[in-house]
Design a protein around this ligand. Structure first.
Ligand code: SD4
Length: 336
């Protein structure tokens, strides 16, 4: 995770509150991890998959496989983030994720399809693929969201097995955290990063999205972030576009972040402008904004995309016929 260090601490403003604002991601990504010459075109020919962070590249690979074989957006979104959930080396999603302060790994996830159907699980423990459980909530129950024990019992009834999600490495880090002064004064926002949110646009022009995380590290037991909350961590409208978020979930929830991005797109803003305006809203509503990170990615029904965040260091992965397995730095409110 090459840029995690940047997420660990919001960088103080140089020339405070300078906005690296633009309306075109090919400019926003001028400091792209690919060379500027390979900055992504602002409009992509479908199918398209876009996702958060470096681990999005592996997720996009799986999603692209589905899309390139003419598969549908929902199957691609689920297949993509399942890769991240199953990777024990990731410290922020699925197995290997950092636990809460009591040492329990608790997972949040949600999924949406092009009909506007959605499913979600929160505070789910000992289940490897929360995104699949979220999809099953969507497809097999009259509900949108199941949490905790009920979500786990539902998952087991659907055939999921109980697994230990706390890897030795994650356990060791947690024990170090317990022994450190952070036990008394938890720096909860600096150990909170790298959720995977992934948006797909298939050959038929339909959108889907998925978002899954182990949430903020060493959180209070029972804490749920934005990632499983439809409208906060993920939202899409098949007439308009989709958005997903990463970062300090409390700030995203306060702003109804992804609903806001999609509504801004509905009003005529480009995905890039919508992400920038949503970050501005988060900034306006959170006096501590320089100490937190929030990032959005967005994908329009027409193949345009955008991304913006508060602090430099957020990157997004993109795959379309024009951009094979690309990774790009997001524009940010604070300069690098
Ligand atoms: C949360 N938004 O639980 C998640 C964490 C995250 O990138 O996105 N990290 O608040």
């Amino acid at each position: 995770m090459s840029t995690r260090r940047n997420f660990l601490k919001a960088v103080p403003a140089v020339g405070a509150a300078l906005t690296a604002s633009c309306t075109d991601p090919s400019q926003a990504a001028s400091n792209s991890l690919n060379s500027p010459a390979h900055a992504p075109p602002s409009t992509l020919v479908r199918p398209v998959v876009i996702s958060t962070w470096n681990h999005g590249k592996a997720a996009n690979t799986a999603a692209w496989q589905v899309l390139s074989e003419n598969g549908n957006a929902l199957d691609a979104a689920e297949a993509g983030v399942r890769v991240t959930e199953a990777d024990p080396n990731g410290r922020s999603v699925g197995i290997g994720g950092r636990p809460d302060r009591d040492g329990n790994v608790t997972l949040d996830a949600c999924i949406m399809n092009s009909d506007g159907d959605c499913g979600s699980v929160a505070y789910l423990q000992e289940i490897l693929h929360p995104i699949t459980v979220a999809r099953q909530v969507m497809e097999k129950t009259p509900h949108v969201m199941l949490v905790g024990k009920g979500a786990q019992e539902f998952a087991i009834a659907q055939g999921h097995e109980k697994v230990n999600l706390l890897t030795e490495e994650s356990k060791k880090e947690w024990e170090e955290w317990l022994a450190s002064e952070r036990r008394q004064k938890p720096k909860i926002n600096v150990e909170n990063h790298d959720t995977i949110g992934l948006l797909t646009l298939d050959n038929q022009g339909n959108l889907a999205g998925a978002c899954t995380t182990s949430g903020a590290a060493y959180k209070y037991a029972g804490r749920v972030g934005d990632s499983p909350i439809i409208g906060a961590g993920l939202y899409l409208d098949n007439d308009v576009g989709g958005a997903t978020a990463t970062g300090w979930g409390e700030a995203v929830i306060r702003a109804c972040g992804c609903f806001l991005v999609v509504e801004l797109m509905r009003q005529g803003h480009s995905p890039q402008e919508a992400c920038e305006l949503a970050v501005e809203r988060v900034v306006a509503k959170n006096p501590d904004w320089k100490d937190i990170q929030v990032g959005f990615i967005a994908l329009g029904k027409d193949g345009r995309h955008g991304s913006f965040c508060i602090a430099p260091g957020f990157e997004y992965a993109l795959w379309s016929e024009q951009v094979e397995n690309g990774l790009f730095a997001s524009g940010s409110k604070l300069e690098g």
